[in-house]
Design a protein around this ligand. Structure first.
Ligand code: HAM
Length: 437
């Protein structure tokens, strides 16, 4: 065991930096969001895909791109010592989905619309909205070449944000054309930047011959004027690429989705072609990208698959939830319908049976759980019942037991007051315990 692994027993074990626990009641907001996502995906006929969280490192090196930030410095890669394989915790899921599609010949009978939700891992500097483990919702449409699917995917995001009540989210678009167009633009970019070498920072100099497109992405204020004047890829697009892009813009407008073209939107991953887009907010500080994506018509071939056009996006769910909070929407914490107060251990069997019958009738129940020695006084049980947020307490006392009954006591205003109910006709009155939704 290495020295690092052999930590003293007294050392406090805490979560890895940049990786968060999601705890109740906050986890209820996640479930609420996930439910909204699932029902919306159904409306657009997107089907769920679940791929492994660990993939061969080469998948991302070849797919995401050797000169991207992700591959150069953000991947959690390790050697599986048992078989000397280099593995990586997925930093994004587009390469994994494409690998799975090729491996299982998923598009043999036509295009497939897929979505996923799950953790991704990037070793970035943690800050608000940027984590080392974060949850991404992604949608990928495989096997569709037409611009209408680019639009469908953006409508899906727009629709989701509307359902979540989000405001002030803007859409930026660009087109990265096809590889011959990008090559011509790349040469022009290199020539342009070579004429201004003295204005380039270290990062830009390093990228000049590996990935000059990414220089356009720079956040360095001193380089803004330079990149503003740099040759624009849009001016290198041929008729077919321009037509694709124009159709995307026209259809978005027809569907009342506002957009602006950002000629410097290049995205940080290597596989894009044609349409790229981002959904952005100014209300989350530096991490304002809620969702980003685009076309990646060449990625199947990079992995040795048949040429298959594809388009998709990824969305950071922490950022979406943060924006919901920022815009003043308070999520409701879930509460049980009923809290079961059980003052006497002799009532336990009957109580447990009754609670099962209530749950089978759709009533959510929180059972009082005392210590190993004692169930606790009525007073302390009622305090817990109150704290649970339940509308009703169900009291399983010895009086009640003798009559095969239970006392239903209202804990909240608006609920019916105290009544004794017979357990013989539980099915008849159980629905009255359900909280109004
Ligand atoms: P991406 O732009 O790298 O694209 O990530 C998509 C979204 O994930 C971002 O817009 C952001 O909301 C969220 N995100 C990224 N990194 C972090 C982080 N460290 N912490 C929190 N949230 C983060 C992709 O990953 C592509 N796979 C998208 C795609 C799918 N393109 C085509 N299909």
């Amino acid at each position: 065991m290495s020295e690092k692994m052999a930590t003293a027993k007294s050392e406090k074990l805490i979560a890895v930096k940049g990786m968060n626990d999601i705890l109740p009641p906050d986890s209820a907001r996640w479930e609420w969001l996930e439910d909204k996502v699932r029902s919306l995906m159904g409306l657009y006929a997107y089907r769920n895909i679940r791929t492994p969280m660990v993939e061969p490192t080469a998948l991302f090196v070849r797919g995401t791109g050797e000169t991207t930030d992700i591959v150069e410095k953000e991947m959690y890669s390790f050697e599986d010592k048992l078989n000397a394989e280099s593995l990586t915790l997925r930093p994004e899921n587009t390469p994994g989905v494409v690998r799975a599609a090729i491996e299982h010949n998923l598009t043999y009978d036509g295009g497939k619309r897929l979505y996923y939700m799950g953790p991704m891992f990037r070793h970035e500097r943690p800050q608000r909205g940027r984590y080392r483990q974060f949850y991404q919702l992604g949608a990928e449409a495989l096997g569709f070449a037409g611009p209408q699917v680019d639009v469908e995917l953006m409508l899906l995001v727009h629709h989701l944000f509307a359902n979540l009540g989000l405001r002030n989210v803007r859409v930026e678009l660009n087109s990265l054309g096809v590889s011959a167009e990008r090559r011509a633009h790349r040469l022009a970019l290199i020539t342009y930047f070579e004429q201004h070498l003295e204005l380039l920072d270290g990062e830009a100099l390093r990228r000049l011959h590996t990935n000059p497109l990414r220089i356009l992405d720079t956040k360095n204020p001193a380089m803004q004027a330079l990149v503003q004047e740099a040759p624009q890829l849009l001016n290198y697009l041929g008729d077919a690429s321009l037509k694709h892009f124009d159709t995307v813009k026209t259809l978005l407008t027809a569907c009342a989705v506002g957009w602006t073209v950002n000629p410097r939107l290049v995205r940080g991953l290597d596989y894009y072609s044609h349409t790229v887009f981002e959904f952005l907010t100014d209300e989350l500080g530096a991490q304002g990208a809620l969702c980003g994506g685009g076309r990646y018509d060449g990625l199947f071939e990079v992995f040795g698959g048949k040429p298959t056009p594809a388009v998709g996006w990824g969305m950071g769910l922490e950022r979406v939830l943060e924006l919901i909070k920022e815009q003043g929407q308070i999520g409701v914490a879930p509460t049980p319908d009923v809290y079961a107060v059980i003052p006497d251990a002799s009532a336990l069997a009957l109580a447990l049976q009754t609670l099962q019958a209530l749950r089978a009738a759709g009533i959510s129940v929180q059972m009082h759980a005392g210590s190993a020695e004692s169930l606790g006084s009525m007073k302390s049980q009622f305090k817990k019942a109150d704290g649970s947020g339940a509308r009703y307490a169900l009291i399983f006392g010895s009086d009640e037991l003798a009559q095969n009954a239970v006392t239903v006591k209202a804990l909240r205003a608006g609920a019916a007051a105290q009544v004794r109910q017979s357990l013989a006709d539980i099915a008849a009155w159980a629905p009255t315990l359900q909280s109004p939704t």
